[in-house]
Design a protein around this ligand. Sequence first.
Ligand SMILES: [Zn+2]
Length: 135
Amino acid sequence: MSTLPAHRYGDSRTCGATTVVSGQNNVYVNGNLWSVRSDPNSHGSGALWAELAKGVYINNKRVNLDTDGADPDNLCPVLDSQHCSPYANEGSPDVYVGVDKTIIAPYANTILGSNDYGMPGPGPETINTPIEEAI
Ligand SMILES: [Zn+2]
């Protein structure tokens, strides 16, 4: 078991946008709303997948963690391809959720350019593959 930080309102995405929490309005981490499945980013669209925290829900929606994947946002592909996979890349300094290393490995490869979690994983071609199909 490994852990990842809670992803919150205002936390950054890999494309430079920030997450906008629209899916719940009553659970906070460090004073900011905790992001849940399908929350968009500040560029419009870019819904987060919430595939990492398998057992943590707010109002029946799974929570997002740092490195969670996301749908393309409204700047894809007008500016550059980063907006086509605007993953979460910031989180709480002190609130973490346990995750299965084998589940986060594909994202670690894609986001960090190498597998920092010490697990073998598929390459960037899995970027838009829903995690349930990838494992
Ligand atoms: Zn963007």
